[in-house]
Design a protein around this ligand. Structure first.
Ligand code: TXA
Ligand code: MG
Length: 313
């Protein structure tokens, strides 16, 4: 398949309306989209990404009225979170409407819904004239793409179109919150921290393994975010062994031990740079990436979640 590269959201949206698959930027990471109501198109996403069929997709909306096409009911906690954080890096999980095909939700009776705030994403979604389901636009298991170049690396020749935008502003995926019950439960930590979620709904909780399986976020079981290099978490640079072809990313430290170093000035910058750094390390033949641990408040929690998963074998 030939992949068209374009900066024009109208051109990209025309592919969606014709049943194609299109990669597009959001403020979190790039997504790989298709019309949620077109089962054949949605199947192409799973094929292009080599994504396991039991991993549900997030539906992206261009305007709030589209939520009614996707969910049977907007619960009270969902309403509060939508008022506080849409458009933005938050996904609410609600009971799905009948017409949403099960292939999009991996067989679940619920659907994740999010409204990106990125300007190009919004112009693209408006022109699609339908909600667009989109996982991150990487080959499954690889770091999520934060630039269109990273999308190109993984998906050139496998998708119809790549909408070329800027490097993403946040760099980690959205916060996913189960809003089907009275108490919202954070299933995947993301750009919006639990502290912020609780300013909108005081009783919000973080999912823990002891809760019933029904609330579990299925995709979190799969291997994620892995560069080819080995990832090791450290408190500071002094702790790193003298390895050949080693890299370091963190908030302070560095030194001569490393072939590649990135010192970030804030946890937000660390989050924004992480996945791109992983990919650069792979391209440069780095074998070990030492990642400095971060404090688990705000986006630091999501950053540590991604680091731990990347460090798993
Ligand atoms: O920021 C983001 O969320 C990006 C951009 C493209 O919007 N998308 C993204 O999608 O990260 P993906 O497919 O890589 O992650 C979706 C995850 C699933 O693996 C699962 O953990 C959770 O969201 N999820 C989606 N639908 C769900 C549902 N109905 N119930 C529970 N969890 C769900
Ligand atoms: Mg993903």
């Amino acid at each position: 398949m030939e992949t068209l590269l374009t900066t024009d959201p109208e051109v990209a949206a025309a592919f969606i309306r014709r049943g194609g698959v299109v990669a597009f930027p959001t403020e979190t990471v790039y997504g790989l989209g298709a019309n949620v109501f077109d089962e054949t198109a949605v199947a192409k996403i799973f094929e292009a990404k080599q994504r396991p069929a039991d991993n549900p997709l997030i539906a992206h909306v261009g305007h709030l009225e589209q939520i009614g096409e996707l969910a049977v009911e907007v619960t009270d906690p969902a309403r509060k979170l939508i008022d506080a954080f849409f458009p933005g890096p938050l996904t609410v999980v609600l009971r799905k409407a009948e017409r949403v095909p099960l292939i999009a939700t991996a067989g679940l009776e619920t659907i994740g819904i999010r409204m990106p705030r990125n300007d190009l994403a919004r112009r693209f979604l408006a022109a699609c004239e339908t909600p667009v389901v989109a996982p991150s636009a990487n080959i499954s298991g690889r770091p999520s793409p934060t630039t269109w170049h990273a999308v190109f690396e993984d998906l050139n020749g496998r998708v119809d179109c790549i909408l070329q935008g800027e490097a993403t502003e946040i760099g980690l995926e959205s916060t996913v919150v189960d809003c089907t019950g009275e108490v919202p439960i954070v299933l995947r930590s993301g750009a919006i921290g639990i502290e912020e979620i609780r300013t909108a709904v005081a009783g919000a909780e973080i999912f823990s393994g002891v809760m019933s399986d029904a609330a579990a976020s299925p995709g979190m079981r799969h291997k994620h975010y892995s560069p080819r290099a080995r990832v090791a978490l450290v408190d500071d640079a002094a702790e790193c062994g003298r390895e050949i072809h080693a890299a370091f990313i963190g908030l302070d430290g560095g030194g001569a031990n490393f072939d590649k170093v990135e010192i970030c000035t804030s946890v937000e910058e660390y989050a924004r740079r992480l996945f791109a750094f992983f990919r650069e390390c792979d391209a440069e033949g780095i074998e070990v990436i030492f990642c400095q641990k971060a404090v688990e408040t705000g986006i630091g929690r999501a950053l540590m979640d991604r680091l731990r998963r990347a460090a798993e074998d």
